[in-house]
Design a binder for this molecule. Structure first.
Ligand SMILES: [Zn+2]
Length: 199
């Protein structure tokens, strides 16, 4: 009996170490992906009702899954009441709601985005991107201010972007900019995964 307990204890420690190591070093095991997949939150009917306050131009798609990807309570939004979009957004309802509130907060009239739901891993890693769960958006331009050309500039457009960045920190748990790494030289990435807002 004592031996069995010892074996179980060692097994438990190994699994725990596996998850932590995978997370820190982006190793190719699947514990974190599985954990993330099962902990997604869709917000239900209540979220859809709240979304009505921000857009009258959306359709509900329900929950859909594809391989390791899953979007809970998905919506496709063509425009928000005060904000026009370069293309439709496909997002899980709680994230769609935050995006709507955020655009209203920064008074964005036109937003160009280069992606929302997309079933893929994070670049150079085996961990699924938050885009796979419909809780992330990549934005390339806000009201004529381009992240590629106007970020960190001491101009009117630069000010639009620095304000957009500052406000994003109170809405999203991960906010990536051209200052984060080269992969984000031309867009902001905002998502609602595990993260620590801006630091
Ligand atoms: Zn992204």
């Amino acid at each position: 009996m004592k031996i069995l307990i010892r074996i179980l204890f060692i097994f438990f420690i190994l699994v725990l170490t596996g998850i932590i190591t995978e997370f820190i070093y982006y190793l190719p095991s699947h514990a974190f992906n599985a954990f993330r997949y099962y902990t997604l939150y869709g917000g239900g009917e209540r979220c859809l009702n709240k979304l009505d306050q921000y857009t009258d131009d959306f359709v509900s798609l329900g929950t859909f899954e594809k391989g390791n990807c899953r979007v809970k309570n998905a919506v496709r939004i063509s425009s928000f009441i005060n904000t026009q979009l370069s293309g439709d957004l496909t997002l899980s309802c709680p994230t769609a709601l935050e995006v709507g509130q955020y655009f209203r907060d920064i008074k964005a009239e036109y937003v160009e985005h280069i992606g929302t739901y997309n079933c893929r891993t994070i670049s150079r890693s085996k961990i699924m991107s938050e885009h796979s769960y419909g809780v992330a958006i990549d934005i390339s331009e806000i009201d004529g201010a381009s992240i590629k050309n106007d970020w960190n500039k001491n101009t009117k457009k630069g000010a639009i972007l620095s304000n957009a960045h500052k406000v994003a920190c109170s809405y999203f748990s991960n906010v990536l900019t051209p200052d984060t790494d080269k992969l984000h030289h031309d867009h902001f990435h905002f998502d609602n995964g595990y993260g620590s807002k801006c630091f």
